[in-house]
Design a protein around this ligand. Sequence first.
Ligand SMILES: CC(=O)SCCNC(=O)CCNC(=O)[C@H](O)C(C)(C)COP(=O)(O)OP(=O)(O)OC[C@H]1O[C@@H](n2cnc3c(N)ncnc32)[C@H](O)[C@@H]1OP(=O)(O)O
Ligand SMILES: O=C([O-])CC(=O)C(=O)O
Length: 370
Amino acid sequence: MVARGLEGVVAGTTRLSSIIDGTLAYVGIDIDELAANASYEEVVYLLYHGELPTRTQLEALQGELARQRALPEGVVRLLADAPRVVPMDLLRTAVSALAWYEVDPNTVERQAAIAKGLRLVAQVPTIVATIGRLRRGLAPVAPPADEPSTARAFLRTLHDREPSELEVEAMNKILVLHADHEFNASTFAARVVAATLADMHAAVTAATAALKGPLHGGANAAVMQMLEEIGTLDRVEPYITEKLARKERVMGFGHRVYKGEDPRAKWLRDLSRRLGEARGDLRWYELSVAIAEVMQREKGLFPNVDFYAASVYHYLGIEKELMTPVFAASRIAGWTAHVLEQQADNRLIRPRAEYVGPTNRHYVPLEQRG
Ligand SMILES: CC(=O)SCCNC(=O)CCNC(=O)[C@H](O)C(C)(C)COP(=O)(O)OP(=O)(O)OC[C@H]1O[C@@H](n2cnc3c(N)ncnc32)[C@H](O)[C@@H]1OP(=O)(O)O
Ligand SMILES: O=C([O-])CC(=O)C(=O)O
């Protein structure tokens, strides 16, 4: 019997992240410790090297990421000239286009591949911020080349203003919490492509394509859409119960691996409340909490990472169409680290299919078909 959707199938090994008994860890460190203490750049280093960096190593990585943040002019032009600003499509195209500017786009040699991976970690947030500006009809701004924090640099590039300390803390936690997640669909897509010995940009383009769907990364935008449709607290109960009665899915709930609450959700719930308080607008936080209560009671389903992320992004001034690209701006760390891990011990990923179609049929000449 084939496991539908490969549920429960162990499809390979990784040293990067684990989900054991509902606990998520990056290289053995509980996500709760990282969310409470780590900068995103420390997490990038951890995923790339298997250890937390010393101060000198961290500063070197932060410097490198800062220097690589700017986009080639041709990519900014490509984004600006697009006939329609559909953020995930633009991100996917821009990631692919970045390969044009690599000295050796096809190489999978280790040092070159690490350099490409880190360049993408630096550039993807800039692509996302640039798309965010273009959507609002604003001119792109160059990212700061001397700012060590990816979170601060991203918010500055997106909004062209200095973010508050709470906003930077929230953005940093978002980046930490979304950085990696074992063999999720987009990461697995990246590994399948990498296993053919196609290059880093090819693998990340595939991952970006896979993240778009609403059953995966696209759920955060669908959550925001739902919050807007509900609008007020008194509408939560009827909206959700009617949706469930129609057998529709409520986005941001349920998970293939977690059967209780996603360990990342509580951090995002807390950020949603704190950002809402700071903005004097708790509506989106309160609506989210009320939806979660109804979902738990009616369906026994808990929020996944995408649920409270939606209101957090909203409070950070990130519009719903940009929410899935912002997820990618963090997951790029995991995607590229998984590609490097795949390349380091590669074997083509090529499973079998169980054939369930008809057999023993014959070719019938065209004139005899009726
Ligand atoms: C970053 C991320 O990718 S996190 C996931 C983001 N995706 C979402 O939030 C979309 C909403 N959630 C879902 O669609 C699912 O929970 C998934 C895709 C995440 C996981 O799906 P699967 O492991 O395949 O679970 P499956 O689809 O088999 O669902 C099992 C049962 O729970 C129900 N269910 C699962 N999620 C939901 C939901 N969000 N709303 C309503 N019912 C749900 C299904 O209808 C099904 O019920 P049934 O057995 O009565 O038919
Ligand atoms: O692991 C999954 O299936 C989805 C998920 O939560 C993630 O990618 O962060």
